[in-house]
Design a protein around this ligand. Sequence first.
Ligand SMILES: [Zn+2]
Length: 272
Amino acid sequence: MDANEKIENENEDKEKSDKEKLDKEKLDLEKAAIIEKTYTCPVCDKKFHTKAVKASSAKFVATMADLRPIHSNINVTKYDAICCPNCGFSALTKNFTSSTASQRKLIREKIQTNYKSHDEVACEIYTTETAISRMKMALLCTVTKGGKDSEIGNVCLKISWLYQDLADEMPDDAPDAAAKKELYLKEADNAAMNAYERLTNARMRESFPIAGMNETTLDYLLAYYASKKGEYQTAMRLLSGVVTSKSISPRLKDKALELKEQVSQLRDQEAP
Ligand SMILES: [Zn+2]
């Protein structure tokens, strides 16, 4: 081994141990921000445990253009589905205990009878993959019980965010990194378009808050999705209401103005 080679190897080893240290720190931060909670399932009456984010422990960094929240110590969306390991009933945290008797009957008939109950899986944190399968189970149950468009749209929104998180987590040097990333982002887009459809329906038929959003926030999100779909006129119509809203936060207003600028450029490019 010549001297250069030795230095290179040492550098590689150092990079590897730095990365391991960083991973360990990230894991410790996430572990410190979660607690075990006990729930009684409204469908099968069995008690089970779930992990949840401790109140006000998530450290906010920013929201992305599609309102995906970023925190420095934990991905809160990963902990937002509650899943009963006995009967399979799953829902977003805020909807878990609010089902009606007829919805619970539907879950018993269509989910519980086909569900293989299992012991609780011991783990330190939920990985993003685990979180996606939990959220997909919540989607299946929410559709099966005939949940409102707002509730289904909210679950789809969170699935879209989680797939983007999964793409963000992919190390560039992983095998097939580019192909996998593309696949995750495609899944994110599919979920986003389902959210767009459901939340548009909810906006027409339900009262606010819808999926935890006030009118201004939801209209911004719908405008973002409309622009992604190439529906520039819809996007502009929604945005003109959003930017003139008196109740808008400065942060959302900045986002809306930026989107408006992008949409008007895209629209001009398309004009003959
Ligand atoms: Zn259950």
